[in-house]
Design a protein around this ligand. Structure first.
Ligand SMILES: [Zn+2]
Length: 993
């Protein structure tokens, strides 16, 4: 192994010219082990940035500046459409083909307010260059067929094809996607702020598309936008990973050959500073039965400095963290303690992805008449800070967080390279220094120096950019129970009027065009077209599983798992306590227990002091409730897992803090407890519209297995209703709540229940093991009585009404055990369904944003799901048709290979160090060992169309007998569906009275 504790050795020289490129600059960043190359393509002026590292998950991203000039969603529709196909790869949907036939670890496209980025990543070099090659061709030479524009953008169709008397409607994937976005209060607030803080810039438009404006976009405009902005001259290539720079340049020179430099002005103009504050009033949708009281949201947003002025930006980001970043933040605290609203709005904080920074802060669930009081409170608090300064420990805590997060290797659902890319584009897009944000040790050093020279720097900047800054907007959002109805009615009237204005012949033409589109969508690509996509062979796929180093040990008498993994000087500690024996009536309290004990004061420290200690010594502190079946499905397990991470030097202090939280958290501070409950309630509530399919899956799954029942009880609508009751009844129930939490603490926190999981390098592991016994000694040895709580389950058909313009449909079945032979085949079939049948019928033809299937052995669920879907009944029918299709037909060898590759891609998804340690812990609970994992992999690799079909015939015929259905949608849509459904949905309402 090479020395990976430093940056890779530079392989080129500044000023060097090769393959038509010139190396402009080389810089090493030892703290993140990266050597950066800033390069330009001489002929076209294309900019290239390569961050060379030791990471084998290589990332390639093509970025364009794409400033919109209206809200038709042009950049967004283009983003969807270029990935459909190019002259060289003339398929109908190349993106989908890449997704299902490569070992991509990430493939996506993002439309931002001013740029569009197309990233792909893979751990296999051959696969990486295949992906990069196709992606580059797609964006630079797309076919941009009219059909693609109609499908992705907007088109007209009749609700009943061929029936010209039926309603005329607008459909399109982006159109429906944005209808979903415009139903979410969080995205609406953000949109209103952005539009009004930057009224004269490109940010006044919605690059994603306003559903009311999308239908005005023409095919010609769409093609023109591509001609203007998608040229190499306007391109920034961001590349990250362990492949050498020269290999990338050889590849890029081929991709860019034939292009010339073009004249283009895509620069993002700055918004002129406003000289007086503005006030904006707007509305957002809530449920019909919801009370309108205490539902106002008031936000203030300021426009700040230019993003390219890095040091000012960083200080403003620090001030933002000081003001609202933690429970100890004075502005957050003042707002919450005031009781004027329930909690901060989710947009609170700094937005650094725009040319000029924006800071927002606001309260949600306030009274309309209190808006002025809120505004005054915000300014009084800021003024007070300007006069008296920030607490020094708070500042130290924020600086520690900057250092910690700069160092930490994180890969959640995004590759680590994506995080670095985001950082780079913040300055690079506006012609600033792309590397400046990567050098966080230098940045912290500079800021510390400025702080030493001028101890008042943070308060002075608060005065300049907040108190004395007139460029600000007060946005007041009022609830409107008729919001969606009004929108729907206006739309229907408009469409009816439009329809009546058209002659019969025109209607017939629309119908014919819609039918042609459907025909286009259902046609198969020709084998010649399909063969153009470079493919991996099954031989290219690694045959064996990736293992995670794990050492079993005992610390005192407590079992521990130790994972010696490179973590860049950070230790990850998980304490997992068994909760299977927690009595049924206490189970719903478990999520609150985590939220409350980690958020209250402890051991004589107030909650603000605890928040400060945590920010100063830990990178993060969290808790998770996790459950699942054992590998053979013979039993289930349930755990609460308390996790924290810290730099090695801070481990002893961090362990002390955790100890205080577990043993001495103080449940007496009533106001704080109430705030934490509201915060949890609101977060859960606003999570529904953005991830309705997950909620629908939880609701349906809860009827089938105990782990899924718990998942719904802890994280689904059952938990939301539970917490709504607690919040509404807090005055009367608080003592009872406290008693229950105390009881839980007694039942859960003891040594017999505990497993410790440690992830760090050897040096870090040692420090934890030296310090954690002190915590263990404080834990009582054992519990008294153990009983296992068992809820009773039965299939459901639930229609859950929410204020949304689109639906989320889930149809869920029970799965066999992990070790069952069918598991590998069901995993493959979930991938095949998602990539093929459901994608085609629900997304491409149905116009939903997503149609997918998932196989979740842990919860024991096989699911069919739709996301932001205009249909309910049709979608449920498609789920049934899909089962029939796969039970009757063998898929082709080609489809089989792709399904195998994408299944392996999912299994091999890379994890960050914390994720690797964590998953090893979860596997240990399920009793899943490497032998079983290898068997499952062999089962995937040896699957055949015949085996798949046979497995599915057996599985579907049996499992569908106890299928469970849940739909989240608007009440009118649910009622409409019930008129046509044989098995009626049992209606439920989620609104908070
Ligand atoms: Zn989209």
């Amino acid at each position: 192994m090479s020395d990976q504790s430093n940056s890779p050795q530079p392989t080129l020289q500044t000023g060097e010219e090769l393959y038509g490129f010139k190396v402009l600059r080389i810089k090493t960043f030892p703290e993140i082990r990266v050597t950066a190359y800033e390069i330009e393509h001489k002929k076209t002026g294309a900019k290239v940035l390569h961050l060379h590292s030791f990471d084998r998950e290589n990332l390639y991203a093509i970025g364009f500046r794409t400033p919109p000039s209206d809200s038709t969603g042009l950049p967004h529709i283009l983003e969807h459409s270029v990935l459909a196909g190019s002259e060289k790869y003339p398929l109908k949907d190349v993106f989908k083909e890449l997704m299902r036939s490569t070992l991509q670890t990430f493939i996506n496209a993002f439309t931002y307010p001013d740029k569009t980025i197309y990233p792909v990543a893979s751990q296999i070099k051959k696969d990486f260059f295949n992906l990069a090659r196709v992606y580059t061709d797609l964006v630079l030479h797309p076919r941009m067929l009219k059909e693609t524009f109609l499908q992705e953008g907007h088109h007209l169709e009749f609700t009943t094809p061929d029936d010209l008397a039926s309603d005329l409607i607008i459909s399109g994937i982006v159109y429906n996607e944005m209808k979903g976005a415009y139903s979410s209060s969080d995205s609406l607030i953000y949109k209103v702020l952005q539009e009004n803080v930057y009224p004269d810039s490109v940010y006044a438009f919605d690059s994603g598309g306003d559903p009311d404006v999308i239908p005005t976009l023409t095919y010609e405009q769409f093609r023109e936008f591509h001609r203007t902005y998608y040229s190499p001259t306007n391109t920034r290539f961001f590349i990250y990973g362990d492949i050498t720079t020269s290999e990338h340049l050889v590849f890029l020179s081929e991709m860019l050959s034939g292009f010339e430099r073009v004249e283009i002005d895509s620069s993002i103009k700055s918004q002129n500073r406003l000289t007086a504050p503005r006030v904006i009033r707007n509305t957002y949708p809530i449920g019909k039965d919801e009370s309108l009281r205490h539902k106002t949201m008031a936000n203030i947003a300021w426009m700040m400095s230019d993003n390219t002025d890095y040091e000012t930006s960083l200080i403003l980001e620090i001030i933002s963290a000081l003001l609202v970043g933690s429970a100890a933040s004075p502005l957050r605290k003042a707002l919450i303690d005031s009781g004027l609203g329930e909690d901060l709005t989710p947009v609170s904080g700094i937005e650094a992805d725009l040319k000029q920074l924006m800071f927002c802060v606001g309260l949600r669930n306030a009274q309309s008449s209190d808006v002025q009081k809120i505004e005054k409170l915000i300014f009084d608090t800021l003024q007070n800070i300007v006069e008296n300064g920030f607490d020094n420990e708070l500042i130290e805590g924020v600086l520690h967080q900057v250092e910690f997060h700069g160092k930490e290797i994180v890969r959640g659902s995004y590759p680590y390279g994506i995080a670095l890319m985001g950082n780079v584009f913040q300055t690079w897009l506006y012609d600033g220094d792309p590397l400046i944000g990567l050098d966080f040790p230098l940045a912290i050093k500079n800021i510390r120096e400025r702080w030493t020279v001028d101890p008042q720097i943070f308060q002075k900047m608060t005065k300049q950019w907040f108190v004395d800054n007139p460029h600000r907007v007060l946005a007041i959002m009022e609830p409107d129970a008729d919001f969606n109805d009004k929108k729907e009615k206006t739309y229907q009237n408009k469409m009816a009027e439009f329809k009546s204005s058209l002659p019969e012949s025109k209607l017939a033409q629309i119908n014919a065009q819609a039918k042609e589109l459907k025909k286009f969508q259902s046609e198969q690509d020709s084998p010649q077209a399909a063969a153009t996509i470079p493919k991996l062979k099954l031989e290219d796929i690694p045959k064996s599983i990736d293992t995670i180093p794990t050492q079993n040990s005992l610390i005192r008498d407590v079992p521990a798992l130790e994972h010696d993994i490179f973590t860049n000087g950070i230790a990850y500690v998980d304490l997992a306590f068994d909760i299977a024996h927690v009595p049924e009536e206490l189970q719903p309290y478990l999520p609150l227990m985590g939220k409350i004990i980690t958020g209250m004061g402890a051991a004589g420290f107030s909650y603000e002091e605890m928040a400060k200690r945590i920010a100063l010594k830990m990178g993060g502190l969290g808790y998770d409730l996790s459950t699942g079946f054992s590998a053979d499905a013979g039993s289930t397990w349930q755990k609460v897992i308390i996790s924290f991470n810290a730099l090695y030097r801070n481990l002893p202090d961090a362990i002390n803090i955790l100890s205080d939280i577990i043993f001495a958290s103080d449940l007496s501070a009533e106001a704080r407890m109430k705030d934490l409950i509201s915060e949890r309630k609101n977060n859960l509530q606003s999570a529904i519209v953005p991830s309705g399919h997950i909620f629908a899956k939880m609701a349906a799954g809860a009827a089938l297995t105990v782990p899924a029942y718990r998942d719904e009880q802890w994280h689904g609508r059952t938990q939301l209703k539970f917490i709504q009751n607690i919040a509404n009844d807090f005055g009367r129930s608080k003592q009872d709540l406290r008693d229950k939490l105390e009881l839980l603490r007694k039942i859960i926190f003891n040594r017999e229940n505990l497993v410790i999981n440690l992830t760090a390098e050897d040096a870090g592991l040692k420090i934890v093991k030296d310090n954690i016994p002190e915590l263990l000694d404080r834990l009582p040895a054992s519990v008294t009585a153990k009983t296992e709580a068992k809820p009773s389950l039965f299939p459901v058909s639930a229609g859950i009404s929410i204020p949304a313009q689109v639906s989320y449909v889930a149809y869920v079945l029970k799965t066999p055990a992990y070790t069952d032979q069918a598991s590998a085949l069901l995993m493959i079939s979930a991938k095949e369904l998602s990539n093929n049948y459901l994608y085609k019928h629900i997304r491409v033809q149905g116009g939903a944003y997503g149609g997918m299937s998932s196989f979740d052995q842990s919860l024991g669920l096989f699911s069919f799901l739709s996301y932001r879907d205009p249909h309910i009944v049709e979608t449920l029918q498609i789920f049934k048709d899909a089962q029939a299709f796969y039970s009757q037909n063998e898929i082709s060898i080609g489809d089989m290979e792709k399904a195998i590759i994408s299944t392996i891609g999912m299994v091999d998804k890379p994890l960050d160090p914390a994720g690797r340690g964590y998953i090893a812990l979860i596997r240990s609970f399920a009793g899943i060992n490497d032998d079983m994992r290898q068997k499952l992999r062999n089962g995937i690799l040896s699957a055949t169309p015949r085996k798949l079909k046979n497995a599915l015939v057996d599985y579907f015929s049996l499992a569908t007998k106890s299928a469970s259905v849940a739909v989240y949608s608007a009440p009118e849509k649910l009622n409409e569906a019930n008129k046509r459904l044989e098995e009626k949905l049992v209606m439920e309402n989620l609104s908070d009275e």
